[in-house]
Design a protein around this ligand. Structure first.
Ligand code: UN1
Length: 500
């Protein structure tokens, strides 16, 4: 039931103040495991609210850009320290607003902590290059420069980690920003922004506007004073963002869908492969862009693998993620659940064999939430829609294969290229897979999920647009290179001419 404190009205954060939206409009945030429970009421911001946030970020940019990077980094260090102290509280709040189990929301907050420490460290690096000039008495170097106001649009599945992937590198590089979190999970971003403010970030450097995609998100993306847009979400929304940004030459980074695969070879440790496929397929209720929604298994071990995998999937305990015995939470909302259910129908119609699950859970303890059974389709052919399209739910499609070569062809035969994995004890197979899988991330003897913050994150083909998040790759996105030549010869020296 809704409690008094649960219906708290949250605000936007603009120019260092928590302010109610000008629009006067709000969005309700409800617990997907129990929709009677209102987490809070959040702003649905208008163009005017976005304008106010962008002009605060623009004004703050002048001094933030000139604040020494190690000083900017000190604020990030303090942010990370506060996050460590409040990890448990933020994790519980995240499970209530998002549904995934507590162990995973703790991981989400930890990922934000890791990214914040990592980017704080970058404050004393932000390395450029020095290099010899081709001319005497001339010095050459390249330095990084900040860009300006960054607009950020983030998804609901990693509601603190993904905002941190965008905010922390942007900040350490000297940019200011406006972030619009997903309407299903605004609280976790609200918590992160609150901690940055508490850590001493100057007013206007970070601004938060709650809202929806077509209204608030589009206003932010279009805004002429926002030269950089960083987006994580669906491929269809990513395309709209590209269409808005490209004609006016904004920088934009898109992190979109995945149809990730685990290859299980005939020599694999099957216990390990089953563990990995369960975690990769059903962790976060399959709602990760890195989820292992396909498992291709060598025919020699196919039956054995399928029997063990299906038995484990069928036994997964579904429920409210705050219950420590629960292994899989609900889908995020009714629409996502409907998408899952429609793919079950599609799979049945195209002849995939339903091996377990296949239904919504709606009675008893499940009556008030968006729950679905862990579902496995067997004997899928690689071109079936359930083996090609991102479902973003607890559905895994199993594909029998004859060889590693065929497995790689199946792996690469989808429109996406985020993450892929191989289970094998054969070093040659492992290296061949590492070489030939055309994805942004490859795992050997581990599932498709579990990226760490100091390695580039992102994918090929329709997963992205060539950029990467995390690691130094994020620094590359949030800065521009400036090449500097200093001629101390006291005469005109013409490159390419006077030295030849
Ligand atoms: C996502 O799936 O949207 O590697 C992000 C992972 C996490 C991040 C996932 N560290 O699964």
């Amino acid at each position: 039931m809704a409690t008094a404190s649960a219906s708290r009205a949250y605000k936007n954060f603009i120019n260092g103040e928590w302010v109610a939206p000008n629009s006067g409009k709000t969005l309700e945030n409800r617990n997907p495991a129990n929709t009677d429970e209102v987490i809070g009421v959040f702003p649905l911001s208008s163009q005017e609210d976005v304008d106010a946030a962008v002009s605060a970020a623009k004004a703050a940019y002048h001094s933030w850009r000139l604040t020494p990077a190690p000083k900017r980094a000190e604020i990030l260090y303090r942010t990370a320290e506060i996050l460590v102290k409040r990890k448990e509280e933020f994790s519980r709040e995240m499970t209530r607003e998002m549904g995934k189990v507590l162990a995973e929301t703790r991981g989400d907050v930890q990922e934000a902590i890791d990214m914040t420490y990592y980017m704080a460290g970058e404050g004393r690096r932000l390395f450029g290059q020095t290099t010899p000039s081709e001319l005497p008495n001339k010095f050459a170097m390249s330095v990084r420069q900040s860009i300006g106001v960054c607009g950020m649009i983030t998804p609901w599945n990693f509601p603190m980690a993904i905002p941190s992937w965008k905010m922390m590198p942007a900040l350490v590089c000297g940019n200011t920003l406006v972030i619009k979190p997903a309407e299903d999970t605004p609280l976790s971003t609200h918590n992160l922004v609150g901690v940055l403010a508490e850590a001493g970030l100057p007013p206007g450097v970070v601004n938060l506007v709650g809202g929806d995609g077509p209204g608030t998100g589009a206003a932010l993306t279009r805004h002429p004073d926002v030269p950089v847009v960083s987006f994580t979400g669906s491929t269809s929304t990513g395309r709209l963002i590209a269409e808005t940004c490209a004609p006016v030459f904004k920088h934009y980074s898109l992190e979109m869908g995945g149809k990730n695969i685990i290859l299980v070879m005939e020599d694999a440790n099957l216990d390990l492969a089953v563990d990995g496929a369960i975690w990769g397929g059903f962790g976060t209720t399959g709602q990760r862009c890195t989820a292992a929604s396909r498992v291709a298994v060598h025919k020699n071990v196919y039956n054995e693998f399928v029997n063990r995998f299906v038995a484990r999937a069928a036994k997964l305990k579904v429920g409210n993620g705050l219950d420590p015995t629960v292994e899989m939470g609900p889908c995020i909302n009714e629409q996502q659940l409907q998408t899952v259910m429609s793919y079950i129908e599609i799979g049945r119609r195209e002849g995939a064999k339903l091996l377990t699950g296949g239904s919504r859970l709606s009675s008893g303890e499940y009556a008030k939430g968006w729950f679905h059974q862990p579902t496995v389709f067997g004997d899928c052919s690689p071109k079936m829609r359930v083996a090609q399209e991102e479902i973003f739910g607890p559905v895994v499609s199993l594909i029998p294969i004859d060889s590693l070569e065929q497995g790689i062809e199946v792996a690469n035969g989808v429109p996406y290229g985020l993450s892929a994995s191989i289970y094998t004890l054969n070093v040659n197979r492992a290296f061949a897979a590492m070489q030939d899988l055309y994805t942004g991330i490859v795992y050997v003897n581990a599932p498709t999920i579990g990226a760490e913050t100091h390695l580039p994150f992102g994918g090929t083909k329709q997963t992205g647009n060539g950029h990467r998040e995390a690691a130094v790759a994020a620094i590359d996105f949030f800065t521009e290179w400036k090449s500097v030549y200093i001629d101390y010869s006291d005469k005109l020296q013409r490159a390419q001419i006077d030295n030849n």
